[in-house]
Design a protein around this ligand. Structure first.
Ligand code: NOJ
Length: 738
């Protein structure tokens, strides 16, 4: 059969070809390479349109845009928004940009999807207690699906700031104190949000934040200045960001903090030097909320124009919320204060990602997607599993836990046991308290035979009669479950505290509950390490539940009653008292390490120097033994690799999971190194009596570190530790010889 082209098809082809009639610009050709499309588009843009693409503006809390966004979008001067979401709002604003602006560049919709969008997972610090990157990846992937379904294509996550000061409220948003664990989780979350192709449906662009050092805020006061040595930056604060880059993260957010005298949002050495230069990052960098304008208050910029010049020249591509690029940029460019090359490079980076994200081809979201995507049974099951795996059993004297589901009378005391909002945590996006399962509901579901007495007891501001009632109710029960800790708003952004004590009259309540002589199980809901010393000394059982998300109360109840076996581990040290802060396992040794018998050693005269619970700590209803540590070969060259193996065995009659942890200590170097560094971990589930030999590899990546002159594995002796926390464990030696 001959293949004749119909005349209609021929006319169409000719019309679409550049040689015939109106030219179709290269940037509109979906098959052309993103970089070529971006370059073509750049060449067509006015200066105002270029600065407009670098502008990100804030929407309204319910997801709507602001009136001014419409006009800016129509003028092609709105690059991105944060908080505008859901089809009605996003599509209306998008239409102005795509169909009414001169060049039709779509708006990029961003939102803080931190630990879930509608289905809420445990707060990131709690999720980190799983020591299970695949679960964090799955949670991020589910969150991406939900976010995508309401028109979002970019999340401001993961937050990968290392933090060692629990006074800092934002410690809840990160992975805790450790660079190695933090790096594994950073990479997992990036993979979860972006998948193999963030331009695909159901995926969103991720954003590593806050670059850099924000978690080292002096005195734990949010937004405070930081002074961080080059060694600490390279070995502690940078690694999770590097891991995010290696996992393919496409955007970075600069931090609010002043870092060694140069605020992060104008820190050229870190943005253009380290991130782009050394690491080859190809994505774009957004400022934090008004952090460009804040360069004036920092005392770095003399005025608005100076702030824009300094941020843009340092390599900050997009300005969040403040409007100095847009307003002062064109004149600064004309005056030669901003270089054309810097401006064009920033615009190109933003455009290229917009092309890669697929929003030129798919600018709108199908309004029907949301209902099919949010809070599906699969996502709720994932959230339950996530919460179960994040539980950390801190104490269980006399195997009080798990409780028997046949138990007759249970007193559930404490307002947190019946608070939906407090299950969700401080950054719960569009999570709805109404969706959350409380602890009280969870216990009702899990132990239907128990007669529950509930009393809100004493949270902040409670009256004497509240306490009296709670104690009277509790005294009648067989067991008391006391929900204590922090409300969701006591951690998170701008929620630093000088005290790590249980807020309100909670400790007083616990003291009185203890006096009833009934067994008391404390369930702690919180976004930061708290002082739990009294609880540890006086109560038989303590379960750390964090803010466990939509299914949180059910997860806690299943754990308390033995339907699940806790196996989480602390991703952060719990101090005995706030006065020990900062306290973390990977400290240096000093020339006078703490010695209880020696006065002139590094310790306190009014408190122990030990933490209450070390990093990596957590119990289980099962018991495990570690044995047979082997290091092979025992001597390697600086570029070589050794295998460390050991056996872990479930020596109890209950299946359970344990996190095997591998630490090293570089005993002597050209600079002093931490007393321990985590270099491997694996969470394993073992049946009763089951044993498994685990193998870890130690090579240049694990043994090396950054010193003033670069990165190296130095010859010498490395101590090896293997166990179930950062304290104790099996010991071995690895020798590195040139
Ligand atoms: C300020 C916070 O520091 C940052 O983490 C967040 O992504 C932005 N606000 C946007 O909400």
């Amino acid at each position: 059969m001959k293949n004749y082209m119909s005349s209609a098809a021929l006319i169409f082809l000719l019309a679409a070809s550049p040689a015939f009639g109106a030219e179709v610009p290269l940037y509109k050709d979906a098959k052309a390479a993103p970089a070529a499309r971006a370059a073509d588009l750049l060449g067509r843009m006015t200066v105002e349109e270029k600065f407009g693409q670098l502008q990100q503006l804030d929407g309204l809390w319910e997801g709507n845009y602001r009136e001014e966004h419409l006009a800016l979008a129509r003028e092609g001067r709105l690059g991105s928004t944060l908080n505008v979401r859901t089809a009605p709002f996003a599509n209306t604003l998008q239409k102005e940009a795509v169909e009414r602006s001169r060049l039709g560049i779509p708006v990029l919709f961003a939102f803080d999807v931190i630990h879930g969008y509608r289905t809420i997972f445990p707060v990131p610090l709690g999720e980190s207690a799983q020591w299970e990157p695949q679960l964090a990846e799955a949670a991020a992937s589910a969150a991406a699906e939900e976010a995508y379904s309401v028109g979002l294509k970019w999340t401001f996550a993961p937050m990968v700031d290392i933090a060692r000061d629990p006074r800092w409220g934002r410690i809840v948003e990160g992975s805790g104190e450790d660079a190695y664990l933090g790096s594994k989780l950073a990479a997992a979350r990036v993979r979860g949000f972006q998948g193999a192709d963030y331009g695909a449906p159901w995926k969103v662009m991720a954003c590593a934040k806050h670059w850099v050092g924000y978690g080292a805020a002096e005195a734990g006061r949010d937004y405070n200045s930081t002074d961080i040595s080059e060694s600490a930056l390279r070995n502690v604060y940078f690694p999770p960001f590097k891991a995010a880059v290696d996992a393919g993260v496409v955007t970075f957010m600069t931090a609010f903090n002043d870092l060694n005298g140069v605020p992060s949002t104008a820190n050229k050495r870190n943005i253009s030097g380290v991130l782009r230069g050394e690491w080859g990052f190809k994505g774009f960098v957004v400022s934090d909320y008004t952090s460009v304008k804040e360069l004036i208050l920092h005392g770095l910029a003399a005025d608005g124009e100076d702030a824009a010049v300094k941020a843009l020249s340092a390599g900050v591509d997009m300005e969040m919320v403040s409007t100095l690029y847009r307003e002062t940029g064109p004149a600064a460019l004309a005056a030669g204060k901003i270089s054309q090359a810097d401006l064009d490079a920033s615009v190109l980076r933003v455009l290229e990602l917009k092309f890669r994200a697929g929003i030129f081809e798919n600018p709108y979201i199908d309004p029907a997607l949301e209902a099919k995507t949010l809070k599906t049974p699969e996502k709720l099951a994932l959230a339950l599993n996530a919460a179960l795996n994040s539980m950390v059993l801190l104490k269980n004297e006399g195997a009080l836990l798990p409780l028997s589901p046949g138990i007759k009378k249970v007193a559930v005391i404490g307002a947190l046991a019946d608070s939906r909002a407090d299950m969700l945590g401080s950054w719960s996006a569009d999570g709805k308290p109404a969706d959350a399962v409380t602890l009280l509901e969870g216990i009702r579901a899990v132990a239907p035979g128990a007669s529950l007495v509930y009393s809100s007891g004493a949270f902040a501001g409670a009256a004497d009669k509240d306490l009296d009632r709670a104690v009277a109710e509790a005294a009648k029960a067989d067991v008391i479950i006391a929900a204590v800790g922090e409300t969701f708003d006591l951690s998170g952004e701008a929620a630093s505290r000088v005290s790590l004590a249980l807020p309100g009259r909670q400790l007083e309540l616990l003291e009185r509950l203890k006096k009833t002589d009934k067994p008391v199980v404390a369930v702690v809901f919180n976004g930061r390490p708290l002082e739990l010393g009294w609880l540890n000394d006086n109560l038989p059982a303590i379960l750390e539940a964090w803010q466990p998300g939509t299914q949180g109360g059910l997860a806690v109840a299943q754990t308390l009653f033995g339907l699940a076996n806790p196996g989480g581990k602390l991703p952060i040290t719990f101090p005995r008292s706030v006065g020990q802060v900062p306290i973390y396992y990977g400290h240096r040794n000093t020339g006078r390490p703490p010695d209880a018998k020696e006065k002139y050693t590094s310790k306190y005269i009014d408190s122990s120097f030990e933490p209450l619970y070390p990093f990596g700590y957590g119990l289980s209803y099962s018991s495990f033994s570690f044995s047979g540590l082997e290091v092979s070969p025992a001597v390697i060259a600086p570029g070589g690799k050794a295998q460390v193996s050991f056996e872990i065995k479930n020596i109890s009659r209950r299946a359970g999971s344990e996190v095997a942890q591998l630490y090293i200590r570089d005993e002597a170097g050209s600079e002093t190194r931490p007393v321990r560094e985590l270099k491997g971990f694996q969470r394993v589930t073992l049946a009763p009596g089951e044993a498994r030999r685990l193998i870890f590899e130690l090579g240049p990546e694990e043994l090396g570190w950054y010193y003033a002159g670069g990165y190296a594995v130095e010859p010498g002796r490395f101590k090896i530790y293997a166990g179930n926390s950062s304290a104790g464990g099996l010991e071995g030696v690895l020798e590195v010889k040139p």
